[in-house]
Design a protein around this ligand. Structure first.
Ligand code: EPU
Length: 336
């Protein structure tokens, strides 16, 4: 196989935030062999290697001097079927939302609350995507990946993926070295809809919706709040929701009785969107970069401004929240 990556290639179309940047080399991998060839190419030339799914959670702040590979491995394969469930191996380059629709059409349930999340299947376990009361870890059985050192595929069971809120081993021990090639999902043949997110339970008060109805509601709620990256560049939530102790929460509540927080096993999870809105950021922008008017946790980049501007604006928000409340917001997307 001849491996011929494109030199000096624009990256703007390969990142949710659409900041201008170039890669020294760019290649699209449609097979495992091509992915392995890319790893070899980078190793031989001592180049940094960056593998992207659809880049929906990535911000480039400068040119990338190594090799960027677009992971477009495709395929959905049923591994096992019982009376109650299916096991599916799904290639990392499949589009997430199309996969959710496919499962719903087949009568395989569990992913309907995760509809319309931008990005690829391979990116889903990386940050343990979650929305409307569901996290993808609940449906994952294992994740298969290759590393720079070990081009043969290895498998990690879900319990070893260290899944947490928007977090996994792929953002820590395996960060920068592992490329996810496929994800094994276990889905139920019986719909057990999850209405734990208040706007969903409000909508279906006194009724028992089907999975399809929940999917439609999620699509509606999401579309009303969250801009599509292709129409208005953004990376979804720019910060994680911070978790604080009960003592800290009470302290904040004394100052602002309306503060929004939800109890979790680790403490009180604050709505970062509320903090950002409360501090007036819906009225502030930096060279066009601004938080979204329907959802203050989303930073948008309508003019496709430089990554440095996006990060400067994000850091201004962070500093302001820190000075005001003592809370450090953690940036959620991957920054290069
Ligand atoms: N709120 C505001 N101002 C806003 C938006 C929200 O004050 O502009 C307050 C409201 O009180 C609302 C609360 O914040 O009740 C929570 O807002 P929302 O339900 O929209 O959720 P979120 O906590 O801001 C998280 C995820 C989203 C996911 C939604 C729904 C994170 C970092 N973000 O946002 O995920 O779609 O819940 O489950 O946890 C993403 O990760 O990219 C993402 C979009």
């Amino acid at each position: 196989m001849t491996f011929a990556p494109q030199p000096d290639a624009p990256l703007q179309g390969h990142s949710g935030m659409a900041t201008p940047a170039k890669a020294a080399w760019l290649h699209t991998a449609s097979s495992l062999a091509e992915l392995q060839a890319a790893q070899e190419f980078a190793a031989q030339r001592e180049l940094d290697l960056l593998v992207l799914g659809e880049g929906s959670n990535t911000v480039f702040t400068q040119d990338f001097s190594g090799l960027v590979v677009l992971n477009q491995l495709r395929g959905i394969r049923m591994v096992e079927e019982t009376a109650d469930s299916v096991l599916l191996d799904v290639a990392a380059g499949e589009n997430w939302h199309q996969f959710v629709i496919y499962c719903l059409e087949q009568g395989w349930f569990g992913l309907e609350n995760l509809a319309l999340i931008p990005g690829s299947v391979g990116a889903a376990p990386m940050q343990n995507i979650g929305a409307y009361g569901v996290e993808v870890k609940d449906s994952i059985q294992s994740v298969t990946y290759v590393t720079h050192e070990q081009p043969k595929e290895q498998m990690l069971n879900a319990q070893d993926c260290e899944f947490e809120y928007r977090d996994s081993v792929f953002k820590h021990r395996l960060a920068g070295s592992a490329t996810i090639t496929s994800v094994r999902f276990k889905l139920s043949k019986y719909a057990q809809v999850n209405l734990s997110y208040a706007p969903l339970s409000d909508r279906f008060k006194n009724s028992s919706p089907t999975a399809r109805e929940v999917f439609d509601a999620v699509c509606q709620i999401r579309s009303a709040k969250l801009p599509l990256p292709a129409e208005l560049p953004n990376c979804g939530s720019f910060f994680k929701n911070p978790v604080v102790s009960e003592v800290k929460f009470k302290e904040l509540q004394e100052e602002c009785p309306e503060i929004v927080g939800f109890e979790t096993a680790d403490g009180i999870k604050l709505a970062a969107a509320w903090l950002i809105e409360r501090r007036g950021w819906k009225e502030k922008s930096l060279q066009g970069v601004r938080v979204h008017k329907e959802q203050a946790l989303v930073i948008t980049n309508p003019n496709r401004s430089a990554g440095e501007i996006v990060m400067k604006y994000a850091h201004q928000i962070r500093q302001d929240i820190l000075d005001w409340s003592g809370i450090e917001l953690e940036v959620e997307p991957r920054i290069y």
